[in-house]
Design a protein around this ligand. Structure first.
Ligand code: PLP
Length: 471
């Protein structure tokens, strides 16, 4: 009864993110009733491995008692208050704890609600920083090809994810696209290239453009170590070290968007730990609250903050209603405490190793074009098993894998013909192996279906077309 009415109301009222309306009609969403640990449960009590951590947010599994307790306690004491003119214990505790884990230069915390707002704040800070210093010409931001930094218009202006943003091309502000790092191995598999040398050709191209445009550039923004929406594409840390020293010499601020990579997902607490670098601005969101409430922070340096101190017109006139929400901050602090337990990262390390070993075994399978991984993030590009070539996006591969995945108790949301996993930190090795086994079963069965349908490049399914990519 409850399911029926939920679906009826959903069909009538809800506009789901990243969802084509016709798909939503043909394949109504699944009603999720509850979640515990690494599983989601539907209204019929069937369970699903949350292999994408509920859109990359969940770290410790669902319903973790430490987080639930912290936010309950805080809700009873202080639910919310504006963060200008007021401050509170949960924000102070979270900031102090976070600062313990960041390079000491990153000491100023500006809170907001989500990854996109964290990016918007970072970009506006970088631009106003130079404006306040009397250098208004340094107002553009450079980004890497293929990047994704969010869906608000500023973030869209810094994203290379073409299809998502086509209607807004005219609204993009003047930004500078740098060559995308590409570590795909044409005759082999990418695996984990983070400790390999930087690609000289790529570096030369980036260096030349930044050097030529430095006078107009306030900042460069990157997803450090791995481009996520681009298809979980890791790249060498050495690129980040070179970028940092070049940008220092050219007086360009460096922004790290660690919205997806933060909080243990890459094998270290932050991607910047593996790179050994210190950006001028750092964006955190998704895992910041442990995955239970919206919370984001833009962290910067004393030098940047000081440029905003002085006459009134130097103020950063920017903020959001729910800035530093106390309940979300309390959850964030509880989540950091869990991350600080040596067992947490050790267990995540074991899961990551199982994932890497499992996927290395996929290299050479007929349906696999490439395999990549970094920590708990991993992806395979699929191929037509007979020709070894990419599969046509129009066939709706992603949707079919998604739907069959659910039948096998698995949440898989491919990006085009790339199947990825972004796992919570608490999976046991046996669960990681189970996820990979089930994923393989699903992929092989969908590809058999493709062959059975005559390997057509189009594939109207249930009367609906499928978006090539989903997130
Ligand atoms: C998800 C994501 C964002 C946007 O975060 P939202 O909370 O969805 O607005 C920005 N940058 C990166 C790298 C992301 O993965």
């Amino acid at each position: 009864m409850r399911t029926t009415s939920t679906l009826a109301i959903d069909a009538f009222h809800h506009w789901h993110p990243f969802t084509q309306a016709r798909d939503a009609e043909a394949f109504p969403p699944l009603v999720i009733d509850r979640a515990k640990g690494v599983f989601l449960y539907d209204a019929q009590g069937r369970r699903y491995y949350d292999t994408i951590s509920s859109w990359w947010t969940n770290l410790h599994g669902h319903g973790h008692p430490a987080l639930t307790r912290a936010l309950h306690r805080q809700a009873k004491r202080l639910d919310h208050v504006n963060f200008s003119g007021f401050t509170h214990v949960p924000a102070a505790r979270l900031s102090a704890r976070l600062a313990d884990h960041l390079p000491p230069t990153l000491c100023r915390f500006f809170y907001s609600d989500n990854g996109s707002t964290a990016v918007e704040a970072a970009v506006k800070m970088a631009v106003q920083y130079f404006y306040n210093l009397g250098r208004p010409d340094k107002r553009r931001v450079a980004y890497l090809g293929g990047a994704y930094h969010g869906d608000t218009l500023g973030a869209v202006s810094l994203s290379g994810s073409g299809g998502f943003h086509a209607p807004f091309q005219a609204l993009r502000f003047d930004s500078l696209e740098l060559l995308q790092p590409d570590f795909a191995r044409p005759h082999g598999f990418t695996f984990n290239p983070v400790n390999e040398p930087a690609d000289e050709g790529h570096w030369q191209a980036v260096q030349a453009l930044l050097t030529a445009q430095a006078d107009s550039l306030a900042a460069v923004i990157v997803e450090p170590l791995i481009q996520c929406v681009a298809g979980m594409r890791p790249y060498p840390a050495e690129f980040l070290r070179r970028l940092q020293s070049l940008c220092r010499s050219l007086d360009i601020l460096v922004i790290y968007d660690e919205v997806a990579t933060g909080f243990g997902r890459t094998g270290s607490l932050f991607a910047l730990d593996q790179a050994g670098t210190q950006p001028d601005l750092l964006c955190l969101a998704k895992g910041l609250s442990g995955g239970v409430l919206p919370l984001a922070v833009t962290v910067t340096t004393k030098a940047v903050y000081q440029a905003f101190s002085g006459p009134r017109e130097r103020t950063f006139f920017h903020g959001h209603s729910y800035t530093a929400n106390p309940i979300a901050c309390a959850a964030g602090e509880a989540s950091l405490r869990l991350l600080e337990k040596p067992a947490t990262l050790a267990r995540a390390g074991q899961a990551a190793q199982t994932l890497a070993e499992g996927l290395q075994g996929w290299a050479g399978l007929a349906f696999v074009r490439d395999v990549r991984f970094l920590g708990l993030m991993a992806a395979v590009d699929l191929a037509d098993p007979e020709a070894g070539l990419p599969l046509p996006a129009a066939w709706g591969l992603g949707q079919r894998i998604y739907r069959l995945g659910l039948e096998h108790g698995l949440v898989l949301r491919p990006l085009g013909d790339t199947v990825y996993w972004l796992l919570p930190l608490v999976l046991k090795p046996a669960q990681v192996r189970a996820i990979l086994e089930k994923s393989r079963t699903v992929i092989e069965s969908v590809l058999r279906q493709w062959a059975a349908e005559g390997r057509r490049s189009d594939g109207a399914l249930g009367g609906a077309e499928f978006a090539g990519a989903s997130v």
